[in-house]
Design a protein around this ligand. Structure first.
Ligand code: HEC
Length: 109
């Protein structure tokens, strides 16, 4: 009886030591890029497309945008024309990550 309890405890300890899928233990560096592209896929591809060129309802081609990163962040926060503001949808850090992803669309051009 005691042995069973002890091994159950050991298993529980091993599980705890491994972090049990704690999101805070995600490897650093890997996250920032994929986070931006995930957010982009979720919120932006509807109008801009995966490559930024789709142009639904007058959406600008992001791959040839001449805006600076700061200007993009401001535009995404406040919206423009048919594009709705995202300041209440995404956090500042998320907007930053999305803008970073948009910059990579331009680099690929
Ligand atoms: C409902 C469709 C729609 C969605 C969703 C959308 N956009 Fe837009 N976006 C537009 C339209 C339309 C414009 C052009 C606005 C204008 O200049 O009148 C635009 C313009 C932009 C511009 C400015 C490009 C330039 O050079 O002027 C950026 C940057 C941008 N969008 C990024 C994003 C990002 C990032 C997201 C996701 C968080 C997003 N958009 C989601 C429709 C959309």
């Amino acid at each position: 009886m005691k042995k069973v309890l002890l091994s159950a405890l050991t298993i529980a300890l091993i599980f705890l030591a491994c972090g049990g899928g704690d999101p805070a233990s995600a490897p650093p560096g890997v996250d920032s890029g994929s986070k931006g592209s995930k957010l982009f896929n979720m919120h932006c591809t509807l109008c801009h497309g995966k490559d930024g060129k789709l142009g639904v309802s007058g959406a600008k081609d992001l791959s040839i945008s001449t805006l600076s990163a700061d200007e993009m962040a401001a535009l995404v926060s406040n919206g423009k024309g048919a594009m709705s503001p995202y300041k209440n949808v995404l956090t500042k850090a998320e907007i930053q990550a999305v803008v970073e992803h948009v910059r990579t669309l331009q680099a690929a051009e």
